[in-house]
Write a protein that binds this ligand. Structure first.
Ligand SMILES: C[S@@+](CC[C@H](N)C(=O)[O-])C[C@H]1O[C@@H](n2cnc3c(N)ncnc32)[C@H](O)[C@@H]1O
Length: 262
């Protein structure tokens, strides 16, 4: 287990400066006040004013700070030391208060003693989880009674597809896989060395992990668009700036969102 975490942490620390200067994250626009949140989570979560919000796997904190700008009292957690350093710096620079913790998600109960109104996590998180049941336990642990867990994420259906849009992987294969492909999702041509361990969960696996913790699933939604160029050459941007498949005959789910309450 420790081995997985070490390799993955190294990769995330290495890609953090690349992501920071990437078009996808568009840091300058964020610093000028633009929210980094997608309309899906903004509309579905709604009013966060004065609510305590725990953001799991927050990277360098743009989404965490965007929720803070909306009035939430935020705590962001990530195991990448470089990401958390940047998140803290960003919080100071834009004068938006936030608490950031550098911690592996599975170790969080040892370092954080608080319950939250909202737990939020999004876009590119499930594949880094070595144990989905333990993940759901962590969520339950940190949620107040009556609190909301919300995830917006790449749809697990897309796990079967390679970057060049071929059916390549097994939907029911849990992993871990070793991914030593080059580049990163902000730019596939970046020279990124190293490898990661990744996992794959079915949609029922995610839902059942939460149900088994006693959480009530309020809804799950599926969307035919995503927010990055997941299949280069096969996607185009629509008028809302969302990435959709060029071939309109192909209709597959690219994102999903889920809300659960305690
Ligand atoms: C795709 S990013 C986060 C997505 C977020 N929406 C964003 O784009 O900023 C995934 C994050 O998960 C973090 N991560 C991966 N495994 C983790 C773990 N076991 N514990 C805590 N953080 C982890 C990585 O460091 C990375 O910052």
């Amino acid at each position: 287990m420790k081995d997985y975490s070490k390799a993955n942490k190294k990769w995330w620390n290495d890609v953090t400066p690349i992501h920071l200067r990437s078009k996808l994250y568009n840091l300058e626009r964020f610093k000028k006040g633009k929210s980094s949140l997608e309309s899906i989570e903004k509309e579905e979560i709604g009013d966060v004013k004065d609510k305590s919000l725990l953001h799991l796997m927050c990277h360098f904190g743009m989404d965490t700070l965007s929720w803070a700008r909306e009035g939430a009292i935020v705590t962001g957690v990530d195991f990448s030391g470089d990401s958390i350093k940047l998140a803290k710096k960003l919080s100071k620079e834009i004068a938006v208060p936030a608490r950031f913790k550098c911690c592996d998600i599975y170790e969080l109960p040892k370092v954080l003693d608080k319950k939250f109104d909202i737990i939020f996590t999004s876009y590119g998180v499930l594949c880094w989880l070595s144990n989905i049941k333990k993940w759901a336990k962590i969520i339950n642990h940190f949620l107040k009674k009556g609190g909301v867990f919300y995830i917006a994420e790449l749809h697990p259906f897309t796990n079967i597809l390679s970057h060049d849009f071929k059916i390549f992987y097994k939907y029911f294969d849990k992993g871990p896989y070793i991914d030593d492909s080059s580049g990163t999702y902000t730019d596939w041509n970046e020279d990124v060395k190293g490898f990661t361990y990744e996992w794959s969960y079915t949609i029922s696996g995610v839902i059942n992990a939460l149900i088994n913790e006693g959480l009530k699933i309020e809804y799950m939604h599926e969307f035919p668009f995503t927010m990055y160029d997941q299949f280069p050459g096969f996607m185009e941007k629509n008028e809302k700036g969302q990435y959709v498949l060029k071939n309109k005959k192909i209709q597959i789910p690219l994102l999903f969102s889920l809300k659960a309450t305690k």
